[in-house]
Ligand binder design. Structure first.
Ligand SMILES: [Zn+2]
Length: 117
């Protein structure tokens, strides 16, 4: 999986989740240790170097799930992991939680990349 991602993309943006804290949350613990997130990031990091790709890591404090990727409105209700879909009260965009977060993470990564190159 990590090789495929690196080969097919010039830029990859990941969230550096606080894995230790998340493992304390029993609901999250199983799915996080299943995918072994830290190990996966480690693989991406050295393969990005091998293949000359850019890997940008986003700060854990970036509210990727809560921000509307269309208008930037911050919806605190989305902190609740049970909220899978939501409508932005500001611009009326309708979001799938993970798709909205991934757009925010990509945009943030592009911003960071632009400011460092
Ligand atoms: Zn919005």
């Amino acid at each position: 999986m990590s090789t495929k991602l690196i080969k097919e993309n010039q830029l990859i943006v990941v969230e550096t989740l606080k894995v230790k804290n998340m493992l304390k949350n029993s609901k999250l613990a199983k799915s996080i240790s299943d995918v072994s997130w830290s190990k996966f990031i480690e693989l991406l990091t050295y393969k990005a170097k091998w293949y000359g790709r850019d890997l940008v890591k986003i700060d854990t404090f970036f509210a990727s799930s809560q921000l509307c990727s269309n208008c930037g409105y911050k919806n605190e209700n989305v902190k609740d992991l049970k909220v899978r879909k939501w409508e932005c009260p500001e611009c009326k965009s309708f979001w799938d939680r993970d798709i909205n977060a991934s757009i925010n993470i990509l945009n943030e990564g592009l911003k960071i990349k632009a400011s460092t190159t």
